[in-house]
Design a protein around this ligand. Structure first.
Ligand code: AMP
Length: 505
């Protein structure tokens, strides 16, 4: 199946339903289909082999996603926040692109000698063009190329084929299941897999999409109230900003029934504050990777409620879990030698299923002979099949031969009243192999010293897991999609101008 079929179904099933934008003046399903088919004709006429989009999330993104699908070429949403140099570097990896860029980012492409259109220009031209038919290609063709976030290495383009994306949608979403007043607020950027998944799942469910191009917590709350938004998805850094913006007040968003979060580890303190601020909203934790076509495990609203109210420690612990695997995705925990591990024992997570691509452009597929993909996440399952993600295997600190997951130390630091954010990294060290450095942001108006925090960790974990160094920061570096840039922290520590660090004597 091609993702364009999802649009065909929506347009045939409810042509007059508003798919994108304001309730009274948005783009209907039929018009979305018509515009996308016009865009496809333009792409085809230009002889383009890829449609590159550098822009914030907005009504143009779904049109471009389906326009590319109807033209039989992949959409390549790129991170518009990258430097001109990095963007032109990414373009070197594209093939005969047609480039669509918001006015603010168009200059970079124009100066690289490329023909650039703004989304508004393309949509207008698309509406006037004779719609394309019969170009969409097969289920095995690439639908989207996504440059992975590159927190640890140079960006690589993950290939998501039509069959991966449609498998994900057909397994997890019921067609036309949304109510007539349902709407979703999208504020994740188009170059993140959650942005792609959101367009497909909400169109297929029949939920009107409302966009917030540039995230701001106050604007987000205002838009939820003004549009009567019923569901939304945020990455943890965005939810943390909303919680901070509310500073203990209730969110007062009576229409918001569902709030999903994911894309990175959610700090427990932020989740607990969010549950208090949104008492009438059901929370969902969505865990997934670019290479798995978005969500592969979900912790739903009932699980959240049960965890909050249960007296059973195993159920309460699930507030830190990513929930259970979605239908169609199998999971195994294996040790470094590939041997399967039982529930309760942490190891590396491997997954398999029709939505798992595990493929990068220009490289052999990363699936093993039986179709398993190594996520590189450290994880364990509890006895009931709930998945707990402990972080990236690559981030593991090996201090004096002992493996230490940064998340374990970060969680303890975050339990201290003065600590707002914490990041723990391994620093190369001659004696120990690696030493532990903790970067800490304190809550406004509080203060704590390094020795107190070290003692706090030492009494709750053990000496070998106590940070050797504690560095206080005003903020930590994250990608716009909420991923902590651990490498940047390490580089800063190595630099001669590193901020004052308090060291163990
Ligand atoms: P990306 O492919 O750039 O979206 O990154 C995927 C990685 O983000 C995963 O391998 C996890 O390490 C992390 N991640 C995504 N969602 C979650 C979640 N709900 N909880 C914890 N970590 C997550």
């Amino acid at each position: 199946m091609n993702i364009a079929t999802l649009l065909d179904m929506a347009a045939a099933g409810s042509p007059d339903r508003v798919a994108i934008g304001p309730r009274d003046s948005g783009l209907t399903c039929a018009r979305l289909h018509r515009t996308a088919a016009g865009v496809a004709a333009l792409v085809h006429r230009a002889g383009a082999r890829e449609l590159v989009f550098a822009g914030v999330n907005g009504p143009a993104f779904p049109v471009l996603l389906f326009g590319a699908a109807l033209a039989g070429v992949p959409l390549v949403p790129v991170n518009y926040r990258l430097s001109a140099e990095a963007l032109t570097g990414l373009l070197a990896h594209t093939e005969k692109p047609m480039v669509v860029a918001d006015e603010a980012f168009a200059g970079v492409f124009a100066s690289a000698g490329l023909d650039v259109r703004t989304p508004e220009e393309l949509l207008k031209e698309g509406l006037d063009a004779e719609p394309a038919v019969g170009l969409e290609g097969s289920a095995d063709d690439p639908a989207v190329l996504l440059f992975t976030s590159g927190t640890t290495a140079a960006p690589k383009a993950a290939v998501l084929r039509h069959r991966h994306l449609t498998s994900y949608i057909l397994q997890t979403v019921d067609f036309a299941s949304a109510g007539p007043d349902d709407s979703v607020l999208t504020s994740v950027p188009p170059y993140h897999v959650a942005g792609v998944g959101s367009v497909l799942s909400n169109l297929y469910a029949g939920r009107r999409m409302v966009h917030l191009g540039t995230f701001d917590p106050g604007d987000w709350l205002r838009l939820v109230r003004a549009e009567g938004v019923t569901s939304a998805m945020l990455v943890p850094t965005m939810l943390a900003r909303v919680v901070e913006h509310l500073s203990g007040r209730p969110a007062e968003v009576p229409t918001l029934r569902s709030l999903a979060y994911g894309g990175a580890r959610m700090p427990h303190t932020v989740l607990k504050a969010a549950l208090r601020a949104f008492p009438g909203t059901g929370f969902t934790n969505a865990y997934g990777l670019t290479e798995t076509s978005s969500t592969i495990a979900l912790l739903g609203p009932e699980d959240h409620r049960a965890a909050v109210s249960s007296g059973d420690p195993a159920v309460r612990a699930r507030l830190r879990s990513a929930g259970r695997m979605v239908p169609g995705v199998e999971a195994r925990i294996r040790d470094a030698s590939g041997t399967g591990l039982p529930p309760g024992v942490p190891g590396e997570l491997w997954v398999r299923g029709p939505q798992v691509s595990g493929e990068y452009r220009g490289a052999a597929a990363l699936l093993d002979a039986e179709g398993w993909f190594h996520t590189r996440d450290l994880a364990h399952f509890d006895a009931e099949g709930y998945l707990f993600i402990e972080g990236r295997a690559d981030d593991t600190i090996i201090r004096g031969g002992e493996n230490i997951a940064p998340a374990e130390v970060e969680d303890v630091l975050l339990r201290h009243d003065a600590v707002r954010e914490a990041a723990v990294v391994g620093v190369p060290d001659e004696e120990w192999g690696e030493r532990i450095a903790a970067f800490v942001v304190t809550h406004a108006g509080t203060s704590v010293d390094a020795e107190t925090l070290r003692a706090w960790v030492r009494t709750r974990l053990r000496g070998s897991k106590t940070p050797d160094t504690v560095v206080f920061r005003d903020e930590l570096p994250y990608t716009p999609t909420g991923k902590l840039l651990r490498r940047e922290l390490l580089t800063d520590l190595a630099a001669p101008t590193a901020p004052t660090a308090e060291r163990k004597g």
